[in-house]
Design a protein around this ligand. Structure first.
Ligand code: SF4
Length: 342
């Protein structure tokens, strides 16, 4: 992570971590969706006890997310977790084991993520800045870093999350000016699927476009698989991850001669999990239909209850509306089978 490595997508499991089977099952689903790194919450001893099995069997690196309890940090390091998210300020308040944690992480060769969130900002900084301003978030993060740096530990990555994309963007810009640590991007508590997707896409698009950010997490009030789908699509849209399936479908209008929404949804469902990169155009009429369909790998331009099917820019056939989806899928398989053999 960082130093020119590809930007990675993270998510967090929602199962109780102590339920090892359920957690591993969810990690498998996240991995299959494109998740690169997964975080698990460790709020109890039972959860800490589950970490060795989860870290050993997870196909992707596991980060233990810990608040307040140094003994869970040591357990996570011993368990073989790839990193620990912990804010040393919390630990210092209760039981100053920061030096010991620094030594243990150093010996295990694992990084620590310091995660500052607007909602849990240190009261001292809230009082100083009046609210969770970009300056307050950055001051908090750099102070947390200094607690490790004074013990010579610098294998850190940082997040400064806020629910408002504008505050979050300003905070990360400031942080990027003030330190060289890898940055984990997140709009925290971004909201339900649509709102959270828009907020995250806007914020990540701006920051990643400026070269700021090494990992992302789309925080949604929705299943974590959706977070990963959105995160991978954001990176694909920015050209930071190869595109898989891309559906170019028109918004429909008064000229449409087919129910474009339903047809596009059916095409999306039929191609869900299709393993090859492919652009499929679904167009409602002949105004822009042939042009877009010709530019895509596969396409359909609809009219009069029929669909003109395009493959690599050429019209190959015209089929009745109810055969459009199956015909596109059959040609997709043929097309990718041929390219596999080449
Ligand atoms: Fe309207 Fe046709 Fe354009 Fe779709 S392709 S938006 S139906 S003009």
């Amino acid at each position: 992570m960082g130093g020119g490595a590809p930007v990675s997508v993270q998510s967090m499991t929602t199962t109780p971590t102590c339920d090892i089977d359920a957690t591993l099952q969810q990690i498998a689903e996240l991995t299959a969706t494109g998740c690169d790194i997964v975080r698990v919450a460790v709020p109890s001893q039972d959860d800490a006890d589950a970490l060795p099995a989860i870290a050993a069997k997870s196909p992707i690196p596991v980060i233990a997310d810990i608040h307040f309890q140094p003994r869970y940090v040591f357990a996570a390091i011993d368990a073989g977790c790839a990193a620990v998210r912990v804010n040393p300020g919390n630990i210092k308040k209760f039981d100053d084991k920061v030096a010991e944690i620094a030594r243990a992480a150093e010996a295990a060769g694992i990084p620590i993520r310091i995660g500052v969130n607007a909602g849990s900002l240190d009261p001292r900084l809230l009082a100083k800045h009046g609210r969770a301003t970009p300056e307050a978030l950055v001051e908090s993060a750099l102070w947390e870093c200094s607690l490790f740096e004074e013990h010579g530990f610098r294998d850190l990555k940082i997040s400064v999350k806020h629910h408002d994309p504008l505050v979050m963007i300003a905070a990360y810009r400031l942080l990027a000016q003030r330190c060289d640590y890898p940055l984990h991007l997140g709009v925290t508590e971004a909201g339900p699927l649509l709102q959270g997707t828009v907020k995250s896409a806007v914020a990540f698009g701006i920051l990643l476009g400026e070269g700021i950010g090494d990992t992302i997490r789309v925080s949604l009030s929705a299943p974590p698989v959706d977070e990963v789908k959105v995160g991978t699509q954001i990176l694909a849209s920015l050209g930071l991850r190869p595109r898989k399936l891309e559906i170019v479908s028109c918004p429909s209008c008064g000229r449409a001669q087919v129910d474009v929404y339903t047809l596009a949804a059916k095409v999306e469902a039929a191609f869900d999990g299709f393993p090859h990169p492919l652009r499929v155009a679904v167009m409602g009429c002949v105004v822009n239909g042939p042009g877009e369909a010709r530019e895509a790998d596969l396409g359909v331009s609809c009219g009069n209850g029929k669909g003109q099917i395009f493959v690599k820019g050429q019209v190959v056939k015209t089929v009745p509306e109810h055969q459009i989806v199956d015909t596109l899928l059959a040609h997709a398989l043929e097309l990718t089978d041929t390219s596999d053999r080449e």
